[in-house]
Write a protein that binds this ligand. Structure first.
Ligand code: AMP
Ligand code: MG
Length: 406
């Protein structure tokens, strides 16, 4: 780490520049939530597909108040069987086709049904309607989407609204980016699984759980998890397997230069090319990134908070880009700091903060002690405040950049 360390943005750009999006695959609309669209979607027809009534009532000609004969009905999905003529009204439901030659719809609550004036009209339904103008209460064909219009672009993540629009466009299947396959390795002789009692000097593995959860949240599929001892051969074997089955490998711990840190030598042995090692970031300085062919490898620090923060800042955008996202979700905003934060002279800091909303917008407050081993500082952390390196402190009341976590 003799060279000046990359800052957060530069490291993130290096990661994103190295990502080659995965080949798209067809996905059923029912399984498309959260996937990244990999095609341009244009509408074949118009939406609504026909002039439709916006109300329950009567389809009529425009004009002055009048008494009209009810000659038929247009229901949703069952249009009237003939055009409308002068002196007539057609009963109509919301969403039903406006009959040919009808000019307006009168809502039922503004009408009055009347008896016919004499024996000849008995049994025929008549209705009194007020004055109305052309187009009243009619939803025109194409008001929502016109035929041929581009509605969704490749690279957007499909949420409930996108899924609903795709259904209304009649698309049962889409081309989407695959869910990237992620392998997660945690290294450390001291680590034990939850459920196992702690022996002397042991700690429970948190990172495999943290990183798997974060990967799932990012839309990826965790295909392998392994707990690897601090041993070069075991580290090489585990990484070799991970490289075979994953699009991205996240390995935590053992990435520094201590006598029991074997990740870097193992990666070198496996010909994973280093792109950077070290980011001017706290927590998260000893972060390593490299590639073998198109497989991404993130060597993340062992301290659980550092592992989670560096995953959020570097691995998550990479997974989104692998899936084809154009602009990896960067829920960035600016918030008022409610508590002063000392700056670090050389490193930017990612300060875990809770978020509240005040009359002047968003506010953030650190969740408590910020040590990289204080995993509970991630609880109630809605955001990372990104505090630039420098002298002194950022006083309470100043605005800082924040990256939202949920
Ligand atoms: P390392 O980066 O391997 O030097 O680890 C730094 C610190 O993080 C040590 O205190 C480790 O015990 C701790 N640590 C490493 N991996 C994990 C893990 N998977 N879960 C919890 N703590 C870990
Ligand atoms: Mg270790």
């Amino acid at each position: 780490m003799a060279e000046p360390l990359l800052d957060i943005e530069a490291a993130r750009e290096q990661v994103l520049a190295a990502v080659r999006p995965l080949t798209p695959e067809p996905v059923e609309l029912t399984a498309a939530l959260g996937r990244v669209l990999a095609e341009e979607v244009a509408s074949e027809g118009a939406l609504p597909p026909f002039d439709a009534s916006a109300m329950d009532g009567f389809a009529v000609l425009a004009g002055a108040a009048a008494e009209l004969e009810v000659v038929g009905e247009s229901r949703a999905g069952r249009p009237a069987d003939r055009a409308l003529r002068s002196g007539e009204a057609v009963r109509i439901s919301t969403g039903a086709v406006v009959p040919e030659d009808a000019e307006a719809v009168v809502p039922v609550e503004r009408t009055e049904s009347v008896d016919g004036p004499g024996p000849a009209q008995r049994g025929r339904e008549r209705v009194r309607v007020p004055e109305r103008s052309p187009g009243d209460h009619i939803r025109r064909a194409g008001e929502d989407v016109m035929a041929g219009e581009l509605v969704l672009s490749a690279g957007v993540r499909l949420g409930p609204a996108e899924v609903a629009v795709l259904a209304s466009l009649g698309r049962p299947q889409l081309l989407c980016g695959p869910r990237p396959r992620v392998a997660i390795l945690v290294t450390g002789d001291e680590l034990v699984e939850p459920g196992t009692p702690l022996g002397p000097g042991q700690v429970r593995d948190a990172n495999a759980f943290a990183l798997a959860a974060q990967a799932e949240r990012a839309g990826a599929r965790v295909v392998w998890r392994a707990l690897v001892p601090d041993d070069l051969e075991a580290t090489v074997a585990a990484l070799a397997e991970a490289l075979e089955i994953a699009d991205a490998v996240c390995v935590s711990g053992g990435v520094s230069v201590g006598p029991h840190d074997h990740v870097k030598p193992a990666l070198a042995h496996l010909r994973v090319g280093e792109r950077f090692w070290g980011v001017a970031l706290r927590p998260g300085k000893p972060t390593w990134f490299g590639l073998r062919d198109h497989t991404l490898v993130f060597g993340l620090p062992g301290n659980p908070v550092s592992a989670m923060v560096t995953f959020q800042l570097f691995a998550r955008p990479a997974l989104e880009r692998l899936a084809g996202a154009i602009e990896p979700a960067r829920a960035r905003t600016v918030a008022v700091l409610d508590e002063s934060v000392p700056r670090h002279l050389l490193r930017d800091q990612a300060v875990r903060c809770s978020v509240t909303v005040g009359p002047d917008g968003w506010h953030v407050r650190p969740t408590g002690p910020q040590g990289s081993h204080v995993l509970t500082s991630m609880l109630r952390a809605d955001a990372l405040a990104l505090v630039p390196a420098g002298e002194g402190e950022i006083p309470a009341g100043d605005r800082v950049d924040v990256e939202l976590l949920r």
